[in-house]
Design a binder for this molecule. Sequence first.
Ligand code: PLP
Length: 409
Amino acid sequence: MKSTLETLAIDGGEKTVQTTFPWPIYDENEVQAVAEVIRSGRWANPDCGEAVAAFEQEFAAYCGTKYAVSCVNGSVSLRLALMACGVKPGDEVIVPPYTFIATASTVLEVNCVPVFVDIDPETYNLDPKAIEAAITERTKVIIPVHFAGLACNMDAIMDIAHRHNLKVIEDAAHAHGAEYKGRKLGSIGDAGSFSFQSSKNLTSGEGGIVVTNDENLYRMMASLRNVGRMEGGQWYDHFNPGCNYRITQMQAVLLSQQLKRLEEQTVLRNNNGLYLNELLADIDGITPLSRGDGEIRHCYHLYIFKYDSSAFGPLSRSEFVARLSAEGVPCSTGYPHPLYTQPVFQNRNFMCYAIPESVDYTSVHCPIAERACRDEAVWIFQHAMLGSREDMRAFAEAIRKIQRVVSQS
Ligand SMILES: *Cc1c(COP(=O)(O)O)cnc(C)c1O
């Protein structure tokens, strides 16, 4: 009777999902655009090339902001925004612990103190009530991360910032094209930072950009990105402590081509995410994250659900994810640790003397982030969310298959 039982792909059975999900997506337009720059010999910005400025204008227009400053990656873009906000050594910056290290490590790089505030269990985004409770007289900036491409509660965050006279830098590295109440993420705070690293929803392999409506922030970030030069100044006149953080013309034309695809891809991921939410709704032990309050457009840099092993055998989360991957769903267990448990924080390897001795990350605990890291979160990657509705049904079926097999054994 053994042959009538299902066999998981991890044990040699047939994969549930037959499709593969390419990333990045490009065609001859991208190849042509880069080739033309190469043949022109105008590879650099500034001084010989307009493609970088053209892309900045296109991206700012897409986000609905006045200005955009491109740079080498989405960590430097955070750093430029922090420096331009005028932070002083020892100032506190509120960040979530469940995010990529750059959200917090760039705070250290500008000699400031990252203050970790726990996430909301339903959305994995910063919890506004916890933000308010963490504010001290040294707090200068809040960095909300629109985690996975899901908008933070920006009304509440901007209200807190206004009442306490704080700057808001949106870390929108996951959130190209996503929206909050009809506005593009990144355009709501004082500045919005994006990454174009290879895994991100808009990519040129590496790269970053900051958008803003604030002319002073813009001028400072543009100067810092360009070795402290000022617009209209001389080549060897340096006014601010910046660096060469410029991107190339090849990156800029590639991004201009990729940007043409972004809106359609974002709508597709959002629709697939809504559909997958429906498909997973009645599977025991699987709880998709909530899409939060207000009208949002999710761009699903990650599709995240919470996993409860007691409904699966119990298979540990890593055993479950290994089986789901083998069935053909591109997925992972995500971050293994909340940021404050990383050695850089635990051992105070700050390379900076402005962080008070009293700052002790060994006593920080954010229980929701710890649970997400330890055994709860499962991530499906953005390129898989560009599949068809049939692919979404196959993802749900792969999960059901694992559940059937483990409950039979
Ligand atoms: C990717 C990422 C960054 C940094 O971007 P890089 O381009 O890799 O430097 C910052 N914040 C978050 C949340 C990210 O995921």
